[in-house]
Design a protein. Structure first.
Length: 159
């Protein structure tokens, strides 16, 4: 699977100069989308979204820090699940989005320098909000964390 970093580099010329530096900057973790989509013009798709994620720098970190790092990464892609059926991208300026609340439950210890599968969906989007949920599994299929989030999603009208 192609890394999200390489995907962003490939499409960097299609992003406005205003956000290009943030779009292409290095991240301390690796993400590999199972079904990568065009980041600027993604088209409509199912709300179901899967990605592999890890952070090599987490090796030998304390158990508490492992959970903190995973909690940080759990916000990546989650609200985007609610945007997928609408064909919207964070990068086009068509919608205002924000995380309104975000909860996470850890079911087992985490070793975040190893790959984890983050599977997400959005069973409801309406009234300017999207409800998103996620499950994070180890490579061998053990559920280690669950996530739920409500996000603001409002179209931006140009006047």
């Amino acid at each position: 699977l192609v890394s999200r970093e390489d995907l962003h580099k490939k499409f960097a010329s299609e992003v406005s100069e205003k956000i290009r530096v943030e779009f292409t900057r290095e991240r301390p973790f690796e993400i590999r989308d199972i079904e990568p989509r065009h980041p600027v013009d993604p088209g409509k798709a199912s709300d179901i979204n899967h990605m592999w994620v890890r952070m090599k720098a987490a090796k030998n970190a304390s158990p508490q820090l492992q959970h903190v790092l995973m909690a940080y990464v759990s916000d990546y892609g989650l609200l985007g699940s609610a945007l997928r059926p609408h064909g919207l991208s964070f990068l086009k300026g068509e919608a205002m989005t924000a995380s309104l609340d975000h909860a996470m439950w850890f079911h087992a210890p985490v070793q975040f320098d190893a790959w984890h599968l983050y599977t997400m969906d959005s069973p409801f989007a309406g009234g300017g909000r999207g409800f998103n949920r996620g499950s994070i599994f180890t490579e061998d299929g053990r559920l280690v964390a669950s996530v739920a989030q409500e996000g603001l999603m409002r179209p931006i009208t140009k006047t």
